[in-house]
Every structure is written in structure tokens, then in C-alpha cells.
Design a protein around this ligand. Structure first.
Ligand SMILES: N[C@@H](CCC(=O)N[C@@H](CS)C(=O)NCC(=O)O)C(=O)O
Length: 385
């Protein structure tokens, strides 16, 4: 047991960046420990049966695993300073869509820039991984041990469709993303005003540890999009940190469910760069559940650490690519479609009009034939939809 909130995570980790940002913005006292910590080994590993971060351990001993479950678990259990789900329907559903885009849709960019430019930034990456292997060993030994997790992560690169053929279009996507983020952050401190939303927490994942901190992409980001670099700092500051925006109200979402014009180009980028992959995943899962005859409650994979059930092909920026099919992504997608279905008819009309204007209306009703749920820290098949 512990009397404080423990965040098990790593500075190199994409999803730890999301959970850490949330804890900091909420001014919640917490302590961060690495997965080699005895607490992780004795209290977390036996329950999770896999090494994964981030994990939050609460003072009552309960564990929250998965950055989204961490955020939702903390919002449900603690008095939270700045709840991240806007009351306004348009802001809320758009924020959930951008969380999905950040968490799942930008992973390819993050992994490309970390591993395809290893020669340009190897000392940094190696030391980052080394710090979590044997931090008290001599540095040569640490650097040597880092090869193990680095090698493991590099095996994911081709599985995400990152190849010499797709690299140029992945880079186009990064520059376009930066232009669109910069246009937004020139005018607003967070996506929907003076308070970070669940969408900001989704985007900070790839934009912190990988794209905003690894030396090669961070250099591009800081040169191309300085206000976006400031947003990354702001997302890690334990106060509003928004002196550049005298007209914005600290800690508040924009009133009247306003969605800034500069959000539409970001949603439109998601329509272009992520929607085709989500459609391919839904088609794959629809076939897969019929072929395998899974029933409600079946784990999606025989081992907790294995999260892909196959691979999908789709067109990404004019190039045919193959990437793994991960049902977890559908769980994230359901957050958007569930939020949309729960709206009143008039709110649904307003949200639909917003998504239509961004070319993203199909996302609101994109559902697989069977739901994905999370139980006991793993994904299981849910009810037929
Ligand atoms: N969707 C999860 C993903 C967690 C995750 O993939 N964590 C990575 C590090 S950023 C990890 O621990 N991977 C271990 C592995 O895949 O072997 C979240 O939001 O927390």
C-alpha cells in the first residue's frame, strides 16, 4: 500500500506523457516511478501480467491502467480541479475525436521520427531507455542494456506501415499537422479555450515524448511551430501558463459551446489521415468476429501483451500501406460514437453539422459489428451492435 498517487511510467513513453500531463494540470500530488521499481514488480505485475506503462496506483491500492482509464478513473474518484470533458456537446464530441486522433492516429508519425532518424539522435534515445533499465549501473553498461527495449520497440516500426515508401508522406502529414496546430495555438492556449480538454490530453501523447522531445523532430517542431512548442510546455505546467493570451479565461472552456474555426482543419486532417484506417479496421473486425465465432466476454487475444489480431491494408495519403489491426482502437472509437448517440436530437444535429463541415461526419456512426470492452485491464469482445 502507499499513501500517495504513484504514476508508473517513463520519460520516453508516449502514453505516460498523456497521464503525467493530466496529473500535473490537475495539480494532483503524485510521485513517478519506473517499471523496474519494486512496487511495480510486486504489486502491479502480478495483477497486470505484462509490463506496460502508464499505470497509476492509488493510495487504496487500486490500479488504473491505460491513459484513458487513468483520466476517467481519476475524474470519477477524486475532486478534480479542471474536469476535461466539456459540458457543451460540440466541444465534447470534437475533443473525444481529437483524443482518438492523438492516441491512435498520430502513433505512426511519432514512431517514424523516433526510429527512422536514430542515427541523428541515438545518444539521446539510448540514454533515455538506459535510465529505465539499470540506473545505478556504469553508463556503458546502461547503454548496452538499452539495446533490449530499443530493439523491441523497433520491431513495431514496419508493423505500423512505416517503410521507405511511406516515409515521405508521413513527413508531409507531420508538417501539415504542425501548420494546423500552430494556426490554432496562435489564438488559443488549449483546443477549446483556457482549459485542457480530453482532446488536448490525446494530442500531448505523441507531441510530448516523441515529436516534441526527441531531438530530431523536436528541432523541426520548435522551428515550424513555436506556439505549439509552448502548448507542449503548458500541458506540463502545474498552472495555467498562458500569459500570451490576455483575452483567454484561465481554467475555463470557451463559453456557449464555441468551437474555434481553427479546430476544423485539425478534424479535417483526421478525416484525411486517420478515417481510412479506422474504416479498414472496422471492416477487418466485422469479418474476423464472424470467421472466429467469438462470443461476448472472450479476450481479444490469448496473451495480455498481444494486442493486434491481424493486419489491415488501406490507402494513406495516396500510398497503400499495411498496418496492424488493434481492437483497442475500436474501444477508443466507441467513446466518440457513444458520446454522439447519447445526445438529444437537436444536439446531435449541431454536432453532425460540425463534423460534416470538417469532412469527418462518418466517424460519428462508424461502428464494428461487435463492441470492444475493457475488463480486468485487458480488452474483451462486447455485445453485438
Ligand atoms: N493505450 C494505452 C497504451 C499503453 C502503451 O502502449 N504503453 C507503451 C509505452 S508508451 C508500452 O508500455 N508498451 C509496451 C509494449 O508494447 O511492449 C494507454 O493509453 O495507456
Amino acid at each position: 500500500m502507499t499513501d500517495e498517487i504513484i504514476l508508473y511510467g517513463m520519460s520516453v513513453s508516449l502514453y505516460t506523457g498523456k497521464a503525467r500531463s493530466y496529473l500535473r494540470k490537475q495539480r494532483l500530488p503524485y510521485i513517478e516511478r519506473p517499471p523496474i521499481d519494486p512496487g511495480f514488480q510486486t504489486r502491479v505485475l502480478p495483477k497486470l501480467k505484462r509490463v506496460i506503462v502508464p499505470v497509476v496506483e492509488l493510495p487504496d491500492g487500486s490500479l488504473l491502467q491505460d491513459s484513458t482509464d487513468i483520466i476517467d478513473g481519476l475524474e470519477a474518484r477524486l475532486p478534480i480541479a479542471l474536469p476535461c470533458y466539456p459540458q457543451g456537446s460540440k466541444q465534447r464530441v470534437a475533443a473525444l475525436a481529437l483524443e482518438l486522433f492523438g492516441d491512435e492516429g498520430l502513433l505512426r508519425l511519432a514512431m517514424h521520427y523516433r526510429w527512422s532518424y536514430l542515427a541523428e539522435q541515438e545518444r539521446f534515445i539510448r540514454r533515455e531507455f538506459a535510465a529505465f533499465m539499470a540506473p545505478t549501473a556504469p553508463i556503458d553498461e546502461q547503454d548496452r542494456l538499452a539495446a533490449l527495449p530499443m530493439g523491441q520497440m523497433q520491431t513495431y516500426v514496419p508493423k505500423l506501415g512505416i517503410t521507405p515508401q511511406s516515409a515521405p508522406v508521413i513527413e508531409d502529414a507531420f508538417f501539415e499537422l504542425l501548420d494546423r496546430l500552430e494556426a490554432h495555438f496562435l489564438r488559443h492556449p488549449f483546443l477549446f479555450g483556457g482549459r485542457p480538454s480530453i482532446g488536448d490530453y490525446g494530442l500531448i501523447g505523441p507531441l510530448y515524448a516523441h515529436l516534441g522531445r526527441d531531438p530530431y523532430p523536436a528541432g523541426i517542431l520548435r522551428r515550424q511551430a513555436p506556439r505549439t512548442a509552448r502548448w507542449i510546455e503548458r500541458m506540463n505546467a502545474p498552472n495555467a501558463d498562458m500569459a500570451e493570451y490576455p483575452d483567454a479565461t484561465p481554467d475555463a472552456f470557451l463559453t456557449g459551446d464555441a468551437v474555434p474555426d481553427t479546430i476544423l482543419p485539425l478534424m479535417n486532417l483526421m478525416a484525411r489521415d486517420h478515417l481510412p484506417e479506422l474504416r479498414a479496421l472496422v471492416d477487418f473486425v466485422d469479418r474476423w468476429v464472424v470467421e472466429t465465432g467469438v462470443v461476448e466476454g472472450d479476450p481479444i487475444s490469448p496473451k495480455p501483451a498481444r494486442r493486434a489480431i491481424g493486419s489491415i491494408r488501406f490507402t494513406y495519403r495516396g500510398i497503400e500501406i499495411e498496418s496492424w489491426a488493434v481492437p483497442y482502437t475500436l474501444w477508443m472509437l466507441q467513446r466518440v460514437t457513444d458520446a454522439y448517440s447519447a445526445l438529444t436530437v437537436s444536439d446531435r444535429t449541431a454536432v453532425h453539422a460540425l463534423f460534416e463541415a470538417a469532412g469527418l461526419a462518418d466517424l460519428l456512426t462508424l461502428k464494428a459489428a461487435r463492441r470492444v470492452e475493457r475488463r480486468g485491464h485487458i480488452e474483451v469482445w462486447g455485445a453485438v451492435t
